[in-house]
Ligand binder design. Structure first.
Ligand code: ADP
Length: 287
């Protein structure tokens, strides 16, 4: 089974001509509300592919918490380890300009309440793959990585949004998953040599390259993984689709390179449809 540890947010997306500057009021288009957050997205992507998956996270006792629970349940994700805490559900306030560029303000709310003590034996037991991302407190992520590694699970860390973690944490990671920007952040912008990611500690790394697919980096060297060519409509949540599909494929026993091929195919479908969670395909739609 797959255990995802991470955020759950309501995405509030507003189209605008331009973003408001300080002191300015701008009238935008209609708000589109959808379930999001890197953890919930990853869990929904894995669940829709048929994996047995649970989300360990936190939402608030409000309508957005219900929206997230419904979306997760609809994808077959177990809510056994999703706590309801006395903070508002996390919200991402997203403005999109006509050129397609997003500006995102995240109010983590309930996600901030996820603490090391939430990483229980009950949640870890039975998880062969544990996936983590960084919209929750870094101390919780570090603790969870070390507990998951000690339990014998394969630890997949999607280091997004990019942040610095202790060497001890990165050394306990089996697969470090980042996009090009996050890789550049970790390596220092001058380095183009992605194999340098292994020097940070993980056993292997996967760097996603948008339409160019991804590269799998192991001590034996890099392997390119192509993405199917598609007409991209909305790339929101593509990286999370990749993470969820990679985890589901690893849990089903595929090698890292085989899993990355499947993840690229799933993520490519997701960019042809609007939204994050609503865009994720079932296995039957991809393979
Ligand atoms: P992020 O969403 O984290 O920025 P990427 O942009 O690298 O990550 O996209 C993640 C994955 O989504 C890619 O590895 C690829 O498989 C798929 N993808 C993203 N954009 C496209 C695209 N324009 N065409 C085909 N596949 C895409």
């Amino acid at each position: 089974a797959v255990l995802v540890i991470g955020s759950a947010n309501a995405d509030l997306v507003v189209p605008v001509d331009h973003r408001p500057a300080g002191g300015e009021t701008v009238l935008g288009g209609d708000t589109v509300l959808s379930p999001g957050g890197k953890g919930a997205n990853t869990a929904v992507a894995a669940g829709r592919l048929g994996a047995s998956v649970a989300l360990l996270g936190a939402v608030g006792p409000d309508a957005y918490g219900t929206l997230l629970r419904d979306s997760l349940t609809g994808a077959g994700v177990s809510l056994d380890h999703l706590r309801t805490v006395d903070r508002p559900t996390g919200i991402a306030y997203i403005t999109v300009t006509p050129d397609g560029e997003n500006s995102i303000l995240v109010s983590p709310g309930a996600n901030s309440a996820l603490s090391p003590s939430d990483i229980t034996d009950a949640a870890l037991s039975g998880a062969s793959v544990v996936v983590l991302s960084l919209e929750v407190p870094l101390a919780t992520v570090s603790h969870a990585v070390s507990r998951a590694a000690a339990s014998g699970a394969t630890v997949l860390l999607n280091l997004s949004p990019a942040a610095l973690l202790p060497t001890e944490t990165l050394s306990a990671v089996d697969v470090l998953l980042v996009n090009e920007h996050e890789a550049a952040y970790l390596l220092g912008s001058t380095s183009a040599d992605l194999t340098g990611l292994l020097a940070l500690g993980p056993r292997a790394a996967v760097v996603t390259l948008g339409a160019r697919g991804a590269v799998v980096i192991t001590p034996e060297g890099p392997t390119s993984v192509a993405s199917p060519t598609v007409r991209a409509l909305d790339t929101t949540g593509a990286g999370d689709a990749f993470a969820g599909a990679l985890a589901a494929s690893l849990a089903s026993g595929l090698s890292l390179t085989e899993a990355a091929h499947r993840a690229a195919a799933v993520a490519a479908v997701s960019v042809t449809r609007a939204g994050a969670q609503p865009s994720y395909p079932t296995a039957a739609e991809v393979f």
